[in-house]
Design a protein around this ligand. Structure first.
Ligand code: PLP
Length: 452
């Protein structure tokens, strides 16, 4: 039953020209009751900004949700989507194709690390993760090592919300309500070492040896049972954990030694966030499979993808030619609107040099976020490319509240940040200007002081 609409909501409804109550929409990853008492409703966006339903301008310090890398409502991308909608709305994904799917796959392969040149489209990061996990297990089976079914994730990892992803993921709140999850999964330990690494600029110097935890699991389970290891090169949703120097290299070496596939989940790091197209290139470590999403269309149309080494793809390409090689796919894989958006997005990135812009701005961004050291309750600051994490001491017995209060305060001051636990995360669109970085950090500084 609908509750009476309160006056603030009526006003919001009128502003957007729609009539609604707040009841029906069960919001994802949201404190629904708190939100519905004091809604934060966005109405439009352009460049670095949102405007709320009251017409208030808000600077976007998180690229929407780590996805709007090219900035909002970029004309070229908007037009590509509009034109595609008018030309062809949908094309069946199974046993049929359309030219833009092939064009986008080629364009993605062209900017991916060398050797990763086969692209399987999905509709989200979560689906990309499920696809990569299935691909890894099936790959071993097709090449005659069917005993390799075990999947290894990492504590504090975030790999979306589907059952494979939460099984290999390591965020307790995302796992504990959902039963026994996928069988045959284990986790290496996380890389958060504040005692040794607090306030590191860029990659922490200590902790490469944490990768050796994989050897412990190999000794426990035997390599012949392990299909793949999945990690985020920079862990985002758990609160921005930057890999220690040498850590990813060591993980790669251990995987190679034992015939284990290495999957980089680049859903947030892909498409320029760390200063290269992919974090694999920033760190100089090439995985076997990359999962990506978000920035592939700059958040405009849902899309994800798995980018596979050709050698993995080719293993599947045997048997009679009329038979399907990989029994997997989504109705909306390579959706025409997403492909059109993706091509226009990659054009925008290329024309404006956005895939490497984070590298150019990294120094200024690092100076700005590290200037928060010494502010009340700031216990760690982490950064890489255009990613920043500011960790706060929790309020006693009220974990997450301090960061959430800061988030609300920043929103009131006209800056959209994001929090996870007691960590504030920053990931502005790659078009951000230095002055806007300063505005974000100054607003955050004020909010941190007020929350003390
Ligand atoms: C590393 C990583 N993997 C997977 C996902 C899930 O992506 P989606 O929300 O598009 O399903 C995310 C989302 O933030 C992510 O950060």
């Amino acid at each position: 039953m609908n509750k009476p609409v309160d006056p603030a909501l009526m006003q919001a409804a009128e502003a957007t020209g729609s009539r609604f109550t707040m009841d029906a929409h069960w919001m994802p990853f949201t404190a629904n009751r708190q939100f519905k008492k004091a809604p934060r409703l966005l109405a439009r966006a352009s460049g670095m900004h949102y405007w709320d339903v009251d017409g208030r301008q808000v600077l976007d310090a998180v690229a929407g949700l780590w996805c709007v890398n090219a900035g909002h409502n970029r004309p070229r991308i908007v037009k590509a989507i509009q034109d595609q909608a008018a030309e062809m709305d949908f094309a069946p994904a199974f046993q049929m194709g359309h030219p833009k799917a092939f064009e986008l796959a080629e364009r993605v392969a062209a900017i991916a690390p060398a050797g990763l040149n086969r692209v399987f489209f999905t509709n989200s990061g979560s689906e990309a993760v499920e696809t990569a996990l299935k691909m890894a297990i099936a790959y071993h089976r097709v090449r005659g090592e069917g005993s390799r079914t075990r999947l290894i994730g990492r504590e504090r990892g975030y790999h979306g919300v589907n059952f494979g992803g939460i099984s290999v993921g390591g965020i307790v709140a995302n796992r504990k309500h959902f039963g026994s999850l996928l069988a045959g999964v284990d986790h290496i330990r996380h890389t958060h070492e504040p005692a040794r690494n607090a306030f590191s600029r860029g990659q922490p110097t200590n902790g490469a040896e944490l990768a050796d935890d994989l050897e412990r699991l190999v000794a426990l389970h035997d390599a012949s049972t392990i299909a793949a290891v999945i990690v985020e090169p920079v862990a985002g949703s758990t609160g921005v954990l930057i890999p220690p120097q040498g850590y990813l290299q060591r993980l790669r070496e251990i995987c190679d030694r034992h015939g284990i596939l290495l999957i980089f989940d680049e859903v947030i790091t892909g498409f320029g966030r760390t200063g290269s197209a992919f974090a694999a290139q920033t760190f100089g470590v090439t995985p076997d499979l990359i999962t990506c999403a978000k920035g592939i269309t700059s958040g405009t149309v849902p899309m994800g993808a798995v980018i596979a080494k050709q050698a993995i793809h080719d293993v599947f390409m045997n048997g009679p030619e009329h038979l399907i090689e990989f029994f997997h796919g989504y109705t909306y894989s390579a959706h025409p609107l997403a492909c059109a958006a993706g091509i226009a997005t990659l054009d925008t990135y290329a024309d404006e040099g956005l895939l490497t812009r984070a590298k150019e701005l990294e120094g200024h961004f690092a100076d700005a976020v590290h200037s928060l050291k010494g502010e009340p309750n700031v216990i760690d600051i982490r950064n890489l490319g255009l990613i920043g994490g500011i960790e706060l001491a929790p309020i006693a017995n009220q974990p997450t509240k301090r960061a959430f209060d800061i988030f609300l305060d920043c929103w009131k001051q006209g800056v959209l940040v994001r929090t996870t636990g007691d960590i504030v995360a920053l990931s502005p669109p790659l078009i951000v200007e230095k002055g806007q970085i300063d505005q974000i950090v100054d607003t955050l500084r004020g909010a941190i002081r007020r929350a003390a």
